[in-house]
Design a binder for this molecule. Structure first.
Ligand code: SF4
Length: 390
């Protein structure tokens, strides 16, 4: 019990249980202010009318938010001047405030640490490439899954994020791209990946609503194709199956990190609840349902999971399903300070990749953009919070 208080890692992280992952003080923190993105179309109309405005104003607000990416009352020129601020106050509370911005790769990688209404910290990373721009976003404050090699896992889970908090990361990045605030001039945010802090399946409802609003055409959403959205999970099987049933063609990424249960039990505690067979079966079914290749994320850790025997085993596990259904992304681990899990030898990485290729598996070493600015998942926020706690 005392360990739980000290580390913040919830029971879910240790036992792989799924429903009890919210930290005990979740209720005490209260909920983030309700935002336009948290409301159904009917609720938006109700609130507009409660302000004494005709219902068509709800559509204008959607246009400002999703098409123009604006929450600035000065831009609401189709609104009566005297009501612009009221509308912003009622629909667009400030949900995320930038605390720290780190830039790398000649300004094409921008990592932002955000402060939420209750003082919580989360992060997002924008990565601009020649043909696409990807935003990596957070869906929970911290993470309750307790993977021992992960900075976010060390924080435990503080709370789920609201749809508005998730979506604001996207709006701000889309606006920065459009306005030319990222090196390379004006452009378009084309891809979104749920690979920042948190386990998206642990906050399913808000994440799904965010996905729908990211992918709907303006003025219902930001108009980023669902095919360009990736949801990354540690292997929450019911979540994978539920997402497959939604029929939205988002890409699934599974953080496998180990090719067998003995090792994965140690690296990913959730494996004790849903083992590698269940996870791979669900991932393969997702592929069949969505016709989208599943990404298998695999953080290479020196001497732990990066040897030839692991690569061969991984290839066998994936080839068991017969079709070219998965794309493996071995990721050089960006180690957290003082951890016994450290990055692989480049030679071992090469051999690992080579074995997969020879076995007919599609695999590319994942780009470690921003590794010079604390690029590992959750690391920036984790570092900030761990140091402010000490
Ligand atoms: S690796 Fe992913 S699932 Fe595991 S603790 Fe970190 S953020 Fe959570």
């Amino acid at each position: 019990m005392s360990e739980q208080i000290e580390t913040g890692i919830t029971e879910g992280g240790r036992s792989g249980a799924f429903r009890d992952i919210l930290a005990k003080d979740h209720a005490r923190r209260g909920k983030p202010p309700v935002h336009f993105a948290d409301m159904s179309p009917e609720e938006r109309i109700e609130r507009v009318q409660a302000l004494g405005l005709p219902k068509f104003r709800a559509k204008q607000l959607a246009n400002h938010y999703f098409s123009r990416l604006s929450v600035n009352p000065d831009d609401f020129t189709d609104f009566p001047a005297s009501r612009r601020q009221d509308a912003v106050d009622a629909f667009f509370p400030v949900l995320i405030e930038p605390l720290l911005r780190q830039v790398a790769d000649q300004g094409t990688t921008v990592k932002t640490l955000w402060k939420l209404f209750d003082g919580s910290r989360i992060e997002s990373v924008l990565m601009r490439y020649p043909t696409r721009t990807t935003l990596c976003i957070s869906s929970q404050v911290g993470c309750g899954m307790g993977c021992p090699f992960c900075a976010t896992g060390k924080l435990g889970l503080t709370r789920n994020m609201s749809t508005g908090e998730i979506l604001e990361q996207v709006r701000v990045a889309a606006k920065a791209m459009r306005d030319g605030d990222v090196a390379g001039g004006p452009g378009r945010l084309s891809n979104v990946v749920f690979m920042g802090m948190g386990e998206p399946m642990g906050n399913y409802r808000s994440v799904l609503s965010a996905i729908r609003q990211i992918s709907s055409q303006p003025p219902e959403g930001f108009g980023i194709s669902a095919r360009n959205i990736t949801v990354s999970t540690v292997g929450v099987v019911p979540g994978i199956r539920k997402l497959a049933a939604e029929g939205i063609p988002v890409r699934l990424a599974v953080s496998l990190h180990a090719p067998n249960d003995k090792l994965r039990d140690e690296l990913v505690p959730m494996n004790r609840r849903f083992d590698t067979t269940q996870v791979l079966d669900a991932a393969h079914d997702y592929y069949l349902a969505s016709k989208r290749r599943v990404s298998i994320e695999y953080a290479l850790m020196r001497g732990i999971n990066d040897q030839a025997v692991h690569a061969r085993q991984l290839a066998n596990r994936l080839n068991h399903y017969g079709d070219n259904w998965a794309h493996v992304n071995p990721i050089p681990l960006n180690p957290i300070e003082g951890s016994r899990w450290t990055a692989s030898d480049p030679e071992d990485e090469r051999i690992f990749l080579d074995i997969l290729h020879k076995a007919g598996i599609t695999a590319t070493l994942r780009d470690t953009r921003g590794s010079d600015i604390d690029g590992a998942c959750g690391q920036l926020a984790a570092k900030e919070q761990l140091s402010s706690a000490s």
